[in-house]
Ligand binder design. Structure first.
Ligand SMILES: Cc1ncc(COP(=O)(O)O)c(C=O)c1O
Length: 296
């Protein structure tokens, strides 16, 4: 049975109830965050927290985030996931329950805070090596997708359209630009340079994207942050997505046409290896830190 967190309590999921007046339910007035843990070690926790805090400020939701890391750890432990190879905590914060108005409720309204933990897994090497397919769909989202709001209807419809066309994933296209995936950032490789959309209000600033950019720069892999025109995709040698649960995910076919030679490319493999090495290094640092604390 899964244990979830709701407004300060850990309780069985079956006993977790949220008011029908919750503004997340009625208006999509909330934010979410998904934070990965590898064998119980948080990966990019501060960056995920910083993105959440930025979103809360922008939405003018007053919420103290200082207890969140401890809550994440406890939720994992209570679900027996504190040593899982890969686990995540989904956290959602809404403005809270109040009579439905479009303007913010007057008086003190306590934000609703809900979280659950679950294990996830990387595709098998065989599956990863075959690569994934994607279909381009219109980006119908609003103009502040850099805020990780729970209003994901355009993402869901885009993903569904891609799925119905037989693709594994969607690439959202706005004004002729391949912006990002429905739940991942998008990259294309041209002549050895890995290109991804710059951080603007039109993409979700992915934590995985930042880590891959950082690792690439350290390793001397050429990267560029610029919009990728849809027309250019026919010239791309490789393509891939980055995201918390997708990690680095190769894309070998877009709209039924092979990307490059239709096989997972060297730059994608290199960046995936660098990403996985960063995960291993983070785990090793955490283990060494824990050993030092014990010795003191
Ligand atoms: C639209 C979109 N782009 C990109 C990402 C990847 O972000 P991250 O790497 O932080 O998981 C997400 C993750 O939810 C997303 O929803």
């Amino acid at each position: 049975m899964s244990t979830v967190y709701l407004n300060g309590d850990f309780l069985p999921k079956e006993e977790a109830f949220i008011s029908p007046d919750d503004r997340g339910f009625l208006l999509g007035d909330g934010l979410y965050e998904v934070t990965p843990f590898y064998e119980g070690v948080p990966f990019g926790f501060d960056e995920h927290l910083a993105r959440l805090v930025r979103g809360l400020r922008w939405m003018r939701i007053d919420f103290d985030t200082s207890g969140l890391e401890a809550m994440h750890r406890e939720l994992l432990a209570r679900n027996g996931l504190d040593t899982a190879e890969r686990a995540l905590v989904y956290l959602q914060i809404t403005r809270g329950a109040a009579p439905r108005t479009h303007y913010f409720p007057e008086g003190d309204v306590t934000p609703t805070v809900y979280a659950y933990a679950k294990a996830w897994s990387r595709p098998s090497d065989e599956r990863w090596n075959r690569g994934f397919t994607a279909a381009t769909v219109p980006d119908r989202r609003w103009s502040r997708v850099d805020i990780k709001s729970i209003c994901l209807l355009p993402n869901a419809i885009g993903f569904q359209d891609a799925k119905e066309r037989g693709a594994d994933d969607a690439i959202l296209v706005r004004d002729g630009v391949a912006i990002e995936g429905a739940h991942q950032n998008f990259w294309a490789v041209f002549g050895g340079t890995a290109v991804t959309h710059p951080k603007t209000n039109h993409i979700l600033p992915g934590i995985t994207r930042d880590i891959v950019l950082d690792e690439a720069r350290r390793a001397g892999v050429a990267v560029e942050e610029r919009p990728i025109q849809l027309e250019e995709l026919t010239l791309a040698d490789e393509a891939f997505f980055t995201g918390t649960t997708g990690e680095v995910r190769p894309v070998v076919e877009i709209d039924g046409r092979p990307v490059g030679n239709g096989r997972v490319g060297d730059v994608t493999r290199r960046l995936s290896d660098l990403f996985l090495a960063r995960v291993e290094a983070t785990k090793a640092t955490a283990v060494a830190g824990a050993a030092m604390t014990q010795a003191e």
